[in-house]
Design a protein around this ligand. Structure first.
Ligand code: HEM
Length: 514
């Protein structure tokens, strides 16, 4: 009964006469039950001034409320407490926010062949002014699809990331060595996470160690690192509505972005040219393999793809793969620090499988079940992205019993069910993801709730690399160090910039265990 009520409410697209329950479900093949969906205008949410263009968004934030764009997730939670699992808001444009997993699933089922998620407008503006073509996360429609298909097979195969595992083990060793430097400030530690993610993903995007953990890192690499940080800061300014005018004139956010993006562009293209020379040598000497597992080499050997396309793509992957992995690795280690009993269980698993010095390999990784459960639990507790995900559908849809016309941005607010649909949601319990002896999951949560990398054909292209790197950071740290916290660093508040991070930089206390 409950199930068919849920089906009635959620599953069917709007037809001319409203959503129609298929005959099969109505119990009689000749009988069609017509369900009238409520109109878009009836969707709950703040009314009046809150629905005015521009003003409606401004009044959601300080000084009118306690929220800022960085605490948007808290704001959406409060709205859900007040209005229920579906609401309508002005967040720039008018958006619909859904948090019922059935609705979330329904949206993904209707996203079509070319799912639409907003790109980053600042990058798009920069590309337009400099005559660069947009890359993966910016493109839409068939152009997006063509590029995505080209790299799907290279990035999403089971062993795509494993190819880099040996080299990334060495990066993680350097990272853990650096964590043992005396008198690290919370900001120094944050910087080390960023270096770890940058160094790890540069192996993939530029076939290079940047040397960021060296005693005297290369000048270009440091310039590259600082330029990336600055670009990310400007992107965050733009996302949080602090740079409304860059589209029309070169405001200070745009100018800072432009200067730093030019640095990234120049150094990236030098790295790509270097790799191109190596590939050409191999092709000329007949030693190049068609099955080349190195992403950059394989793309550079492909006929009909320009160096510019490859450079833009690699920059897009590098941009997508630095802050995201750095922040989520840090939050994972923070959860382990705050839950010493779970940390100990995980360390025991790692030492049993790898010993105190062994590298992470494809084989050992497959045995680390508690590690995988612990990371999933960390994603559940501290959802990586503030709003979850976003889609703009090509078709009308019924969600929560309301009509939502095609073209309305729909926020899939997974962070909420990630808390409300679990027992003891504030406790870090990796065990809930382990299978019990009868091979069923202990917690039978809806599969559409914890989706840290999105879902469907437009999900995160770098997810295999992201989890591999986070596993490496945790494994190598736990093999050697106890992760604790200085007393001033116990934190439970998180903000989004745009990935999750503790409100204040964390003062970890790393102590050697062997
Ligand atoms: C913990 C780390 C990461 C998280 C939480 C994360 C999360 C996400 C999410 C939620 C999306 C949107 C998916 C959707 O719309 O369904 C996305 C897209 C994307 N991510 Fe990640 N990501 C991470 C790491 C990475 C890494 C390491 C890379 C690069 C190697 C990367 C590159 C991208 C790109 C290029 C897109 C756009 C894909 C497209 O539009 O087709 N991400 N990511």
């Amino acid at each position: 009964m409950l199930k068919s009520a849920a089906l009635l409410k959620h599953r069917y697209r709007v037809s001319l006469f409203g959503p129609t329950l298929p005959a099969k479900l109505s119990g009689c093949p000749m009988f069609k039950v017509e369900v009238k969906a409520k109109p878009f205008s009836d969707i709950p949410g703040p009314k009046g001034i809150y629905q005015w263009p521009l003003i409606g968004t401004l009044v959601l934030y300080k000084p009118f409320t306690l929220y800022t764009p960085e605490t948007l997730s808290d704001l959406l939670n409060e709205m859900h407490d007040k209005y229920g699992p579906m609401l309508k808001l002005r967040l720039g444009p008018q958006v619909v926010v859904v948090s019922d997993p059935e609705d979330i699933e329904n949206v993904y089922k209707n996203e079509g062949k070319y799912p639409v998620r907003h790109g980053l407008d600042l990058i798009h503006t920069y590309n337009r002014r400099n005559n660069y073509t947009d890359s993966l996360s910016q493109l839409q429609g068939p152009e997006w699809h063509a590029l995505r298909v080209l790299i799907n097979k290279r990035l999403l195969k089971v062993d795509s990331a494993l190819h880099y595992l040996d080299q990334q083990n060495k990066v993680a060793d350097d990272f853990v060595r650096a964590l043992q430097t005396e008198k690290l400030s919370p900001e120094d530690i944050e910087d080390l996470f960023f270096r770890f993610a940058s160094e790890s993903i540069a192996l993939v995007t530029f076939n290079k160690r940047l040397g960021l953990f060296d005693q005297n890192p290369d000048k270009d690499s440091l310039e590259f690192l600082e330029a990336m940080k600055s670009c990310l800061l400007m992107i965050q300014r733009a996302i949080s509505g602090k740079s409304l005018t860059h589209k029309w004139w070169r405001n200070s956010t745009y100018r800072t972005f432009d200067t730093n993006r030019n640095i990234l562009q120049r150094i990236s293209s030098e790295h790509v040219n270097e790799a191109k020379a190596l590939v050409e040598d191999q092709i000329n000497s007949g030693t190049f393999s068609e099955e080349e597992p190195n992403l950059l080499f394989s793309l550079l050997s492909e006929k009909g793809i320009s160096n510019e396309t490859v450079t833009n793509l690699m920059m897009s992957l590098y941009t997508g793969g630095t802050d995201s992995t750095a922040k989520n690795s840090q939050v994972f280690l923070l959860n382990l620090a705050q839950n010493p009993d779970k940390q100990e269980l995980l360390r025991r698993e790692i030492l049993d499988v790898l010993g105190p010095d062994g590298p992470l390999t494809a084989k050992t990784l497959s045995k680390l079940v508690y590690l995988k459960a612990a990371l999933k639990e960390s994603f559940r507790m501290n959802y990586p992205t503030a709003i979850g995900n976003l889609r703009i559908l090509p078709v009308d849809i019924v969600l929560g019993g309301f009509k939502v016309p095609a073209g309305v941005p729909i926020i899939l607010f997974n962070p909420r069910p990630a808390r409300t649909h679990f027992e003891n949601p504030d406790q870090f319990v990796p065990e809930r993801w382990l299978r019990s002896e009868d091979n069923t999951k202990k917690d039978s949560a809806h599969s559409m709730i914890v989706l840290p990398f999105g879902h469907g054909p437009r999900n995160c292209i770098g997810r295999r690399f992201a989890v591999q790197e986070i596993y490496l950071a945790a494994v190598k740290t736990l093999q050697r160090l106890h992760i604790g916290l200085e007393p001033d660093s116990v934190t439970s508040r998180f903000v989004y910039t745009p990935f999750v991070q503790p409100e204040k930089p964390v003062h970890f206390k790393f102590t050697r265990i062997n």
